[in-house]
Ligand binder design. Sequence first.
Ligand code: CUA
Length: 354
Amino acid sequence: MQDTAPAHRNQMSRELPKWLAVPILTLILSACSQAPANRTTPNAMDPKGFGGRIVMGEFWIQFWMGTAVFLTVMAILIYIIYRQRANRRAPDLGIDLHEPEKGMLWVWVGGIIVPVVILSIIFGLSVGSARALATPPEPEQITIEVTGHRWWWEVRYPQLNIVTANEIHVPVGEAVRIELRTNDVIHSFWLPEIMIKTDLIPGQLNAQWILVEEPGVYRGVCAEFCGLQHARMHFMLVAEPRERFEEWVEKASSPAQAVPDDELAQAGQEVFLSTSCFYCHQIRGTSASGSVGPDLTHFASRLTLAAGSMENNIGNLGGWILDPQHIKPGSLMPPTDLTGEELQALLYYLSTLE
Ligand code: CUA
């Protein structure tokens, strides 16, 4: 009995103070924001699109107005405290503490007129921004249909005869229409540097437009919790000059070779068409026409694997094909039971699908 009390006190003193929870939690949560495939985490504070710039302008106006109000209120508060103290110390300064008319003036001006003016300005600016975000500065020429799946993005260009996945190509400086649907639950399409998010709602068509102003590769994310692999539901946006975009269109709209040229690729195709791959994946130009998983016709040209989870290279692909549940537990891709030779041939074949 004698020992327990000091031991208990010791334990108490070793506990962290409660206020430390905030910085520690912030640190832990900031570690979560790391994108899975590489370190290029998108930054909404660094806009590279027309819509992103409108949002950022709105943010800074509200930030600086809020800062100005905060500093003004703090300055008045400090002044009042100072004056009250001075009055208490020397009540004969000639300042009358009981001036009801002056008090009411403060209530009218500081409590009603100024807030109404400031909030009206912010409201007016927000309505302007919302209107600017609703319609693109020029009519869109290209429509891209994006369908959310748990946990990947199907991408179609109906006018250009292109089907791909987890990667969107657009010409720089042109407004593009994105039509958003979902195959299962609610997802949210978000390119932090380019545009605000738009939800994908079952049974409903939502649309947004994007206009990328600087060429580059931008990471997009799913911004609505949609299950186990929500955090690995990314996509890449490749924005390139018109000519480069057209080159991509030409390549992406063409089918794959029905029969590959060299023997190893033929053996790999044989593996693809004789095991479970073709049930779920399509390779246009061959007999593989599954629609459960991503279209693989130009798989080798894509930057990432498994919806932005990893860089698209042979090593990662081998691991992904053999044991997808280890990398992305809960995804629909089943593990495969291939011999070393079959796997090598399959990897080679997939790497020829440029
Ligand atoms: Cu899809 Cu979160």
